[in-house]
Design a protein around this ligand. Structure first.
Ligand SMILES: [Zn+2]
Length: 238
């Protein structure tokens, strides 16, 4: 009996020490996911209202981040479109956001690897999948445009979103489907992550990460937040 009590005590001390070490190696992020959304929302509002302050773009900030490493507070997957410059539209600077950009904000293996680096290794509490209006890649997928070379497999990744938009809006045709397909494509990238990235799933399940969708309007400059995937808990169970 005494022996087993000692074993339990030893085990407990070991567990606490390991836990302590794990916490020491894994500091809590300076901001929560909701604070990160607030920060991005405030930056976007400054941008839209012409009050951008261009934070963290000084020589001192560059030197500080070079010496101390990066501690961005959000990972963002968005489109390569030149009208969607993230640091500009969120009024952010050096070392603030960990950015993955690819035409159509699709989520293939390379994007997934970059996202896993951002959310697990760098440890951002927030991941945003940002689609945008007037997206050429989504439009190409919707209109079944003739594309060649390596563009074809990229556009093919958007096909499930187009199918979903068509099913939801049988009355719409051609380019009328683009807004709905753009939103479905944001959800599609989140679904790809949950289906194929165990690391991302684990980060969400353990409460370290929040994933939200959003759409950027290239005309107004405004970001419209979509929130978490409506079927997130169901997708995580799969
Ligand atoms: Zn685009």
């Amino acid at each position: 009996m005494k022996k087993s009590l000692i074993s339990v005590a030893v085990l407990l001390i070991w567990a606490l020490t390991v836990r302590g070490l794990a916490l020491a190696d894994d500091p809590a992020p300076a901001v929560t996911a909701d604070q990160a959304i607030e920060r991005l929302t405030a930056g976007n509002l400054r941008y839209v209202e012409g009050r951008s302050v261009h934070p963290n773009q000084s020589d001192a900030r560059r030197e500080q981040t070079a010496a101390q490493g990066q501690h961005p507070y959000a990972t963002i997957l968005s489109c390569s479109d030149s009208r969607v410059p993230l640091e500009v539209l969120f009024d952010q600077g050096i070392g603030d956001i960990f950015v993955v950009r690819v035409a159509g904000n699709v989520c293939g293996v390379d994007e997934m690897g970059s996202i896993e680096y951002g959310v697990e290794h760098v440890g951002t509490p927030l991941l945003v999948i940002l689609g945008h209006t007037e997206c050429g890649a989504v439009t190409a997928a919707v209109t079944d445009a003739h594309v060649h070379g390596s563009i074809k497999p990229l556009i093919d990744r958007i096909a499930p979103a187009v199918a979903r938009a068509k099913a939801a809006h049988p009355d719409l045709h051609g380019k009328e489907l683009v807004p709905s397909a753009t939103e479905a494509n944001v959800w599609n990238s989140i679904e790809e992550l949950f289906a194929h990235s165990e690391i991302t799933r684990h980060c969400v399940e353990s409460g370290k990460l929040k994933i939200v969708g959003a759409i950027y309007d290239v005309k107004s400059g405004k970001v419209r937040w979509l929130g978490e995937h409506p079927r997130q808990s169901e997708l995580l169970k799969k």
